[in-house]
Design a protein around this ligand. Structure first.
Ligand code: GLA
Length: 736
C-alpha cells in the first residue's frame, strides 16, 4: 500500500523532474490507494474482482497501512452489486444506482463494466501529486483514466476523467461525470445556492434524504443565473464557522453542469458531478479522448472558515489569474451615464477618475455600432467599431486622454453575443445559435454566437485583439455575457447537434487561451449580467469577477458573505453605486471588503462626500494588501445577527482589517457584546484604529490603547456599530 504524499520525501530528492511510479494490477500491495493531503485522505480500494471503490474520505490516519481495515468495521446493509461505492460507476451491467458513465458501444450494446488495470503517481511539485488510475472494460476496448490531483497543504483535490476507446466505430457517451465520490456519515447537510438577476448567491441548507437531490443548469451560457455549481456538504451535523466537518465542492466548468447527490440504501452519500448530459450525448471516435472538466473539493474538520481559507489559498496560488498579484481600483461609467455619453463627457469622467484617486477609468457598454448604434440594449452587439457620433476620434483618443490624466483606461465588451439589429447578424446568420425553422427568442434582445465554430472563435478573439493592437495601452477588459442559449442549434456542427453545449464552452476556453497567450497579464473582469458565470475554470483567465448587478450595500453584505465561502476577496469586484438608500460611507465600507470600484457621478458629490471618497481610496491603498492577500475570518454572521463582522489578517499576523456592518434598523439595535477576533497572534499587542470616518465625525473608539491578541481573541473588541454608526472599519496593526 502506498500513499501518494507519504512518498513525498523520497520524491523531493528528485524534485527537478516529474517522477512517475506505475503500479500494475497484479501487485497485491497496490490494492488500497490512499490520496493523502495534510489533514485528509481519500482512500480507493481495488476489490478482489478488480472493481475500484472509494472506501473512505475523511481525516487521514497516522498509519496509512490501517486504511484497508476501514471496511471491516462497517456493517451496513447489503450492497447487492458491490458497486455502491464505485469510484466511477458504470451503467448497463450490474449497477442499480446513479451511474457516472453510460455509453452505447459501436455495436449498439449499452453495457459497461470497468475494471482496475493499473495506477501511476506523478509528483508534480512539493505540494502537488497526480494519481492516474486506468480502468478498462473486459469485453470492449473501452478505457477510462481517472485523475486525482491533490494539493497537499490546501487539502484540495481536483478530479477528472479521460474517456477513450479503440472500437470499430464511434461510441456514444450518454453520461460522463468528472467525479464519483462516496461520503460516509450519520447525516448529510447540503448548503446550495439559488438566484436570478440581482439575486445571486441565496443560500439554502437542507438535510439530504434518500433518493437523489440534483443541482444543475441547462442555460448553456450565463449558466449560473439560477444555480451555481458551488455547494457544501456538512457531515453528521451542520458545520459552523469554526466547528464541524464540511466538504466544499464545485465543477470547474462555465456551461451546463449536473451534480447528483444520492443517499444510497447503505446511507452513504454518493456525489456524481460533471457536465450536464442534458441534450449532450457525445460521439467519440476511436483513438480520440474525451476529457471531463475538473471537479473541485476541499474538506475541513474545523468548520466553514478553515475550508474557505484553504480554498482561497489554493485559488490564489493555482487558479485565479494573478491570484497573488495586484488589482486596479476604478471608476466605471455604467450607472453614471448608461448609454448616454460622448467624448467630452468621458473626458470629464477621466478627470474625475484622477480626482477620486483611483487607478483606472472603465468605459462600459454603449461605445460601439454605427449603422446600428448601441444607444440602447436592442442594437449594435457584434459591431465592435467605435460609434462615430459619440466617439469621433475613436477609443484611442480616450486611451490617450486617460494617460494625459495619469490614469489607466479599460473597456467593456460582450463579444460572444449579437443583436439582430447589427451588421454582424445580417452578414453571418450562420454564426448565430438559433433554430433554422423557428421564431427567434431573445434574452435582453440578443442571441448567442456559435463558439463551436472556429470562425466565430477567430471573430471573438479578434474583438479583443483588435482593441489591444489599436490601443497598446489599454489596461483592462470587462468581458460580459448577458444571454442564455435558447433554441440550441448550430449550423456549424450540423449532424452533431448534441455537441453544441459542450463545444461552445470548449470554444470559449480556446478563445480565452489565445487571449492569454498573447496578453498574459492584462486584468479582465468576468461578468455575466452580474454573477451569471463565476467558476474556477473561467477564473483561470480572469483576475476578478462581477458578483451581481445588485450593488445595494445591504444586499452586498449578504451576497459577498456567501461568495466569500468559495472565492477570495481579491477576485470580487465591488462597486459603490446609487443602488440602496444607505449613506455613502456604508456603501464604500462594504465595497472595500472586495476589490474597490466606483460607479457614481463624482462631480455631483457634495464636498464632504468627495473628500470622504478620496480619503477612503487612500485608506484602501493602505489596507488592500491585507484584504487581497490575507486570510479571511468571518466573525459575526449577518444571517443570524443584527450585524456582520469579518476580518482579514496578513501572514505575519502583524496587520489586520475588520469590517462591521449593521444589517437591521430596529430601535436601539447595536453590537452589545464584544466580537471575538480571530487569526491574530495571542502574544502580540495590537493597535486598533477606526478608519473611513466621515468628515466632521469622530471615532467613538479610543485608539490610544493597545490589546494583546489573546485579549482580542478571548474577550473580543466591540466595534460599537449601532443605528447612528452603521458601518465601522478598523485597521489593526501590531505594536512596534
Ligand atoms: C450587464 C452588466 C452590467 C453592465 C451592463 C451593460 O448587465 O452586468 O454591469 O455592464 O451589462 O449593458
Amino acid at each position: 500500500m502506498y500513499s501518494i504524499n507519504r512518498l513525498l520525501p523520497i520524491y523531493k530528492k528528485y524534485s527537478l523532474s516529474v517522477i512517475l511510479i506505475v503500479f500494475m494490477g497484479f501487485i497485491s500491495m497496490a490494492q488500497v490507494i490512499p490520496v493523502e493531503t495534510n489533514e485528509n485522505a481519500v482512500v480507493l480500494e481495488v476489490s478482489k474482482g478488480k472493481d475500484l471503490k472509494m472506501i473512505y474520505w475523511g481525516k487521514r490516519l497516522a498509519n496509512s497501512s490501517e486504511y484497508g481495515q476501514i471496511p471491516t468495521q462497517e456493517k451496513q446493509a447489503t450492497d447487492y452489486t458491490g458497486l455502491y461505492c464505485s469510484a466511477y460507476t458504470p451503467a448497463g451491467s450490474r449497477n442499480l444506482l446513479e451511474p457516472a458513465i453510460a455509453v452505447s458501444h459501436a455495436d449498439g450494446n449499452r453495457s459497461l463494466d470497468l475494471k482496475y488495470i493499473q495506477h501511476e503517481i506523478q509528483h508534480e511539485s512539493d505540494n502537488i501529486s497526480l494519481l492516474k488510475i486506468t480502468l478498462k472494460d473486459k469485453i470492449y476496448p473501452f478505457q477510462v483514466d481517472l485523475f486525482y490531483r491533490s494539493f497537499y497543504n490546501q487539502d484540495v483535490i481536483e478530479q477528472w476523467a479521460v474517456i477513450s476507446h479503440q472500437e470499430k466505430k464511434e461510441v456514444v457517451l450518454h453520461k460522463f461525470a468528472s467525479a464519483n465520490l462516496t461520503l460516509k456519515a450519520s447525516d448529510y447537510y447540503l448548503t446550495q445556492y439559488h438566484g436570478d438577476w440581482a439575486k445571486e448567491m441565496q443560500p439554502e441548507e437542507s438535510k439530504l434524504t434518500h433518493g437523489i437531490k440534483t443541482i444543475d443548469t441547462k442555460l448553456g451560457t450565463r449558466a449560473n443565473l439560477f444555480l451555481p455549481s458551488v455547494f457544501m456538504i456538512s457531515l453528521n451535523e451542520p458545520a459552523s464557522e469554526d466547528e464541524g466537518t464540511v466538504m466544499y465542492g464545485a465543477l470547474e466548468w462555465s456551461g451546463n453542469f449536473k451534480i447528483d447527490m444520492e443517499l444510497d440504501p447503505q446511507n452513504n452519500l454518493r456525489i456524481i458531478g460533471g457536465i450536464n448530459n442534458y441534450a449532450s450525448e457525445y460521439h467519440l471516435p476511436a483513438g480520440e479522448e474525451f476529457k471531463t472538466p475538473s471537479f473541485l473539493t476541499v474538506m475541513s474538520h474545523n468548520g466553514k472558515g478553515e475550508a474557505s481559507r484553504k480554498l482561497h489559498q489554493w485559488a490564489r496560488d493555482y487558479k485565479l489569474l494573478d491570484g497573488n498579484g495586484n488589482r486596479l481600483t476604478l471608476l466605471n461609467n455604467w450607472e453614471a451615464t448608461y448609454f448616454d455619453f460622448n467624448e467630452q463627457k468621458l473626458f470629464s469622467l477621466l478627470k474625475d477618475t484622477k480626482k477620486l484617486g483611483v487607478d483606472l477609468f472603465l468605459l462600459d457598454d454603449g461605445w460601439f455600432g454605427n449603422e446600428y448604434p448601441r444607444n440602447n440594449d436592442d442594437a449594435g452587439l457584434g459591431d465592435w467599431q467605435a460609434n462615430k457620433k459619440k466617439l469621433p476620434n475613436g477609443v484611442s483618443s480616450l486611451v490617450k486622454e486617460a494617460s494625459n490624466n495619469d490614469v489607466k483606461f479599460g473597456i467593456w465588451i460582450e463579444p460572444e453575443m449579437v443583436n439582430p439589429e447589427s451588421n454582424l447578424y445580417h452578414e453571418h446568420p450562420d454564426w448565430v445559435i438559433k433554430q433554422p425553422e423557428r421564431d427567434e427568442y431573445y434574452f435582453r434582445n440578443q442571441l448567442v454566437l456559435d463558439l463551436s465554430n472556429p470562425k466565430v472563435q477567430d471573430f471573438v478573439f479578434g474583438v479583443v485583439d483588435d482593441l489591444f493592437v489599436e490601443n497598446p495601452d489599454l489596461a483592462y477588459i470587462k468581458w460580459d455575457c448577458n444571454a442564455v442559449i435558447y433554441n440550441a442549434y448550430t449550423a456549424h456542427l450540423k449532424q452533431q447537434q448534441s455537441h453544441l453545449y459542450i463545444d461552445y464552452v470548449e470554444g470559449l476556453y480556446a478563445v480565452l487561451k489565445r487571449v492569454r497567450d498573447k496578453y498574459p497579464t492584462v486584468p479582465m473582469m468576468l461578468c455575466s449580467g452580474g454573477g451569471g458565470r463565476v467558476d474556477y475554470a473561467a477564473l483561470q483567465y480572469f483576475t476578478e469577477f462581477w458578483p451581481s448587478d445588485n450593488t445595494d450595500p445591504l444586499e452586498r453584505v449578504f451576497m459577498q458573505w456567501e461568495y466569500s465561502y468559495f472565492y477570495p476577496s481579491i477576485s470580487m469586484s465591488c462597486h459603490v453605486t446609487d443602488w440602496g438608500k444607505q449613506a455613502l460611507k456604508y456603501k464604500v465600507d462594504v465595497a472595500m471588503m472586495g476589490k474597490l470600484g466606483f460607479d457614481i457621478v463624482i462631480n455631483e458629490l457634495p464636498k464632504e462626500e468627495l473628500e470622504f471618497c478620496q480619503e477612503a481610496v487612500k485608506n484602501y491603498n493602505e489596507l488592500k494588501d491585507v484584504i487581497w492577500h490575507g486570510d479571511l475570518y468571518r466573525l459575526v454572521d449577518p444571517k443570524l445577527n443584527d450585524f456582520a463582522s469579518l476580518m482579514f489578517v496578513n501572514n505575519e499576523k502583524s496587520e489586520a482589517v475588520m469590517f462591521n456592518y449593521l444589517v437591521n434598523n430596529r430601535y436601539d439595535i447595536k453590537s452589545e457584546m464584544p466580537v471575538k477576533l480571530k487569526g491574530l497572534n495571542p502574544e502580540k499587542r495590537y493597535h486598533i484604529k477606526e478608519v473611513n470616518l466621515f468628515p466632521g465625525t469622530q471615532s467613538w473608539l479610543d485608539s490610544s490603547k493597545t490589546y494583546s491578541g489573546d485579549f482580542l481573541m478571548t474577550i473580543g473588541y466591540n466595534p460599537q456599530v449601532q443605528t447612528s454608526r452603521k458601518s465601522v472599519v478598523l485597521a489593526i496593526s501590531e505594536e512596534k
